[in-house]
Design a binder for this molecule. Sequence first.
Ligand code: PLP
Length: 365
Amino acid sequence: QSQERVFNFAAGPAILPENVLKKAESELYIWRGSGMSVMEMSHRGKDFLSIIEKAEADLRKLLNIPSDYTVLFLQGGATTQFAAIPLNLCNPEDPVDYLVTGSWGDKAVKEAQKFCKPNVIWSGKSEKYTKIPSFDALEQNPDAKYLHICANETIHGVEFKNYPIPKNKDGILVADMSSNFCSKPVDVSKFGIIYAGAQKNVGPSGVTIVIIKNDLIGNAQPITPEMLDYKIHADNKSLYNTPPCYGIYMCGLVFEDLLDQGGLEEVQKKNMKKAEILYNTIDASNGFYRCPVEKSVRSLMNVPFTLEKSDLEAEFIKEAAKEKMVQLKGHRSVGGMRASIYNAMPLAGVEKLVAFMKDFQARHA
Ligand code: PLP
């Protein structure tokens, strides 16, 4: 990483690969002989069509997306999907199941209450969202239209390592993968819908990716706004209205980069290595640093930790920033620190952080 850049541990918008930014910079004013920037192009012209089609094709390769699934590039963030999912999959009286392992799952269920009858089948709230339950113990409703999970809770650092089998009639599992999208291989065929805001692992904010099994498209409630109706977006290949063109272009560059790295198995290996050295440092600190999350479900992407001497936290963050490691403050709802180490965080960034942590401990223990 070049000298002028900081190591950005933000949860999102987050660090992007430096080579991707450089590539985007090199074609910022004039995209490949088109005489204009991607930002200035018609979304219906052949140049932009080639960009969005390549982005989709590369994402399909990366995640090995089956042909009976549709890929949508939408707007409104993952938050909009909290409403779009029940609107498209349920009628107002339909029951649905939510497994709540952190604040994002909690937000999703609250939004769903406006459009269907969600039931929280398990919540980790009383244990401060540090666990994922054993799937055998879950009481799923056979009449539920879907089972919803948040595959990686960005604030609490809790990540599913495998997935519950949906026991509802149609066997539909829906997952918010905003903060671990494309960080590891995923068997898409196990899901009815996977959705993710791009701004953590695959691009700038403004793009929301939805991967949906085709037979779930076309049943939206009559009150569904056009912009939330999957059928309208699917029929129009994500071009019903003006899409977030530049964001989609950037996602495309990231997908290309992930393929160049050898695909998601290789990416996962790198992510595991980075997470391992950070968690090991925390666990080997004799309690100076603590991560509250149960070991078996610790996130590879978002690592929350606290200092035993909590009055040192502000100093930790200040000193780290001086050494060009920024955005380490935990989410305002949980406090402490959080290091987000998405795909684009180089190993060198995590090595620098753990060296700093050891030195900080030596000076303050
Ligand atoms: N879901 C998860 C897991 C998130 O981390 C976030 C944002 O940080 C959201 C949903 C909300 O995403 P957006 O801000 O794109 O609406």
